[in-house]
Design a protein around this ligand. Sequence first.
Ligand code: PTT
Ligand code: SF4
Length: 611
Amino acid sequence: MKGWLGNILRINLTERKIKKETFGEDFARKWVGGRGFAVKILWDELKPGIDPLGPENKLIVALGPMAGIPAPNTGKTVVAAKSPLTGGYGDGNLGTWVTEQMRKAGYDILIIEGASEKPIYLYIEDDKVQFLPADEIWGKGSYETQEWLYKKYGKRAGILTIGQGGENKVLYSIIRSLEGRAGGRPGIGAVMGSKNLKAIVIKGSKEIPVADPEGMKKVGRDDLKKVGEIDKKTGWSLQGTTGVLAWCNDVNALPVKNMRKTSHPEAWRIDGERLAQSKVAVYGCPNCTMKCGITILDKEGRHSELDYENIGMLGSDLEIFDFPQVASLNYLCDDFGIDTISSGGVLAFYADAIENGAIDEDFRFGDAEKAKELLRKIAYRRDEGELLALGTKRMAEKIGKGSSSYAMHVKGLEISAYNCKFVPGMALAYGTSPIGAHHKDAWVIMFELTQTARDSYGEEKARRVIELQRIRGGLFEFIVSCRFPWVEIGWELENYAKYFNIATGSNCTLEDFWKVADRIYNLIRAFWVREYPDWNRKWDYPPAVWFDPSNADKEGPIAGKVLEYDKYDSLLDLYYKIRGWDNRGIPKMETFISSGLEGEGKELQKYVKLE
Ligand code: PTT
Ligand code: SF4
């Protein structure tokens, strides 16, 4: 087998034992890597109903055949587990030296199971695995932890770490790497914390085998350079993801005030242009020639790396339009290792619930200092931080008084920074995202608002959402490569088939990739349904407040407009039909069979009746 090593390193933290396992070409080709490997292993190895924060949950670190090869933007790694935030499948994708070092150490997949009695970190160097005491870093923020590990193992070591959020099992804790990389929005950091695992450090010294070494060298020489050159000619290199903020404000899709408003006259204060003017550094992932981690100084003078999502959720959604303050909130989330999107969503929901009289506390939109204090309380689960650490869905259940209708989440995961009060296709993308409301799988909003009628609930939108899910949630998550060259500078998708074929000695086309993508989507959906056998289409609905006429904008281009239930339902029907899912949103038996998942379909039938 070329392209994959075929090696799994299974690490049991309870018993402090390791086991080296292998997989064959059938498994490799069927699931390819990253998200594909992760969902298959979690499906096979987790009993439904287990506590995501118990030792039965498993943390998967999974690479794909692109890992460590010199093609554009290949420094990405998938981390996955059963999510403590949603109870369903959860994953994230972050830039890290782990990608290269893990392959050089000889592994495609790490499976971390059990839980250590005491805080530890793992040091993996080729065949050697050490369980080391984490006393000196437990309780520390992720920046200090990284520094400590850099000093011991060097800056090129692959390092994944959690902050205090993960240690204290804040349900939306993430895993950190490098200066500003973060991954695993649905609480994958909390899973690591529940295992008393502060960090994973990995170093390798072996060759990464590729089927066509000469072809690979040429790609490394030519394509990496070309991507860098194109990037320098675009606005992307100046503003990174943040260029989209001004656009969202213009098209009334900006999250403002817990997404109750869709634009704000002060938004320009935190837009991409202002960010570019204040830039002090740019960071990025390994093997990237279009680095996008634009960094400014926060209120306290620290480096804080900002993306659009961070600014939208910690800035406009909280009505904080002071850039250094937004950067401080972002810095704290990074240091504590908690997700910026969910943190912003949680604080906005809290302020909204207070304003609505559902809860009697003291926090107002626009109060940056209090927001910082609350983030600290969340990370340590102190005072009201205990409630806020649970995420908006559980908060609303505890607060009651109708607050669930404006708790901005889907399936328990907070919505990222696109306000879909009147953007039906993007609302569908959130509704059907495989980890809860994340924009990563189908960022359809740009297509929708520039190339279709905004008020259409037509098939073109359902088709485009699926097409994007195949590309972004499929291809880029299973070959495991950053999607930005394709999204931002138009780097052709065919290139990825080329890289894959060079690495693995295959002759695959994009059509072959879409089949893998659909297989992965069907199995992720099966994972959710097995966890929640009372599954119905309501799981795929966006929040009720987006359908509420009293929440419509009072003025401006979308005044009086909100989503409509009957039309959203028919859009969902179109989506299900194309996917081969029934009207509850569950894959039909014939769909399982045609995507090579007959066994998995039969297994699911033990929990629900399949059509
Ligand atoms: C990603 C999600 C995003 S998506 C952002 S900003 W974005 C937030 N970033 C956070 C952060 O930072 N710190 C923090 N404490 N929490 C954060 N939560 C949010 O997490 C990220 C880039 C970005 S920046 C995006 S879109 C693209 N995402 C990719 C993806 O998902 N897959 C892929 N194949 N390529 C991608 N390329 C881009 O990578 P999650 P990263 Mg992240 C500080 O991981 O869990 O998917 O959540 O990975 O290495 O930081 O790169 O406008
Ligand atoms: Fe990382 Fe940004 Fe480069 Fe993608 S474009 S690999 S997210 S630095």
